[in-house]
Design a protein around this ligand. Sequence first.
Ligand code: SAH
Length: 396
Amino acid sequence: MTTKIFLKPGRDRSALRRHPWIFEGAIQKIEGAKRPGEVVEIIDAKGRWLARGTFSPRSQIAVRLLSWDPSEAIDPAFFRSRVRQAVLGRDLIRPPIGSSARRLIHAEADGLPGTIVDQYGNYLVCQFLTAGAERWQEPLVAELKSQLSPTGIYERSDVTVRQKEGLHPVSGPIEGSEPPGLLEIEEGPCRFAVDVRNGHKTGFYLDQRDNRARVRDYAASADVLDCFSYTGGFAVSALVAGASKVTCVDVSSDALELVKYNAGLNHIAEDRLETIRGDVFNTLRSLRDSGKEFDVVVLDPPKFAETKNQLERAARGYKDINLFAMKNIRTGGVLFTFSCSGAMDPLLFQKVVAGAAQDAGRQVQILGRLNQPADHPVALSFPEGHYLKGLLCRVW
Ligand code: SAH
């Protein structure tokens, strides 16, 4: 018998709106076994069937909902069909992505909570982040194999969020051959080496692809500062598009080594790239003190707020870096500023940047609003999936 989860009175609204999460606090009682990843039925306080999903006994998000159709079984065929739809959706993106790397499965947005799959050429890299994703990975991997015939499928489920699910970190090959130490991808006119085994996320920030193209529009002959550069996604884009000089700042020396390697892959003369290993907050201050100014500054920090509770502190961090970045920009130069904290909504982010402009004493215009690309879609029923936002600003 499948496990039944009964909700408290009045706690059925989010499931009715097809939001895919049931929080522990909404649950009145559970009838049946409490096995990780197993399929459970959600019943409202009046005894009506609402939805079906997978159970995470250790997480505050107790259930990830998968189906609102009582006649739809959650079985291997279900997962295989979700994978087919996700891949079809990527193939239908117009204009095409113009890259040999793309996100194939974007978790909740593709009806597969907890599952991330990125394609890097002939290799696929997966993350299974919830008990349900872990339990049902076999049919999912089988369908990926039949849809894409990859050379290899590699797992990078070595992320801390899995602890919330009581899952251990896992990484290694799942299918086929192991990817090389550095995999090469093409993105527009650029080439990048990606370390899918040790890099952040699945190796590369695919979510900034469209925004790297926007940076290329502003890069010709520009003096560019790429803060939180990681392996140089923005830096190399700017150099390929004709920036006269790019300065990268990151705390990670491994990341900066890969920036140099990536610049070399694109035949960039060494003297056009400078790397500074250091903290962005301090480096922006010292650049300012030395009187250095830039035409284009990119600020793409890591997630400052994991949850709403950390928003206030995060807002101060975003304000500081934006304030100092603005002080380092030549009159009429541009700032690309981002936040990938899902907890910070676009309007709040804009207010923080406005506060920074005021304190920097600069007049700032928004030229464009920046987002995650089409292969990182957002389900209307799961607006939290819109995590990456940014502003393209002109600074006078
Ligand atoms: N812009 C990159 C992705 C940035 S990821 C791209 O498009 O590929 C965030 C980066 O910030 C990581 O490389 C991390 O090492 C670096 N980082 C985190 N905190 C930092 C700090 N205080 N100062 C400098 N770098 C930092």
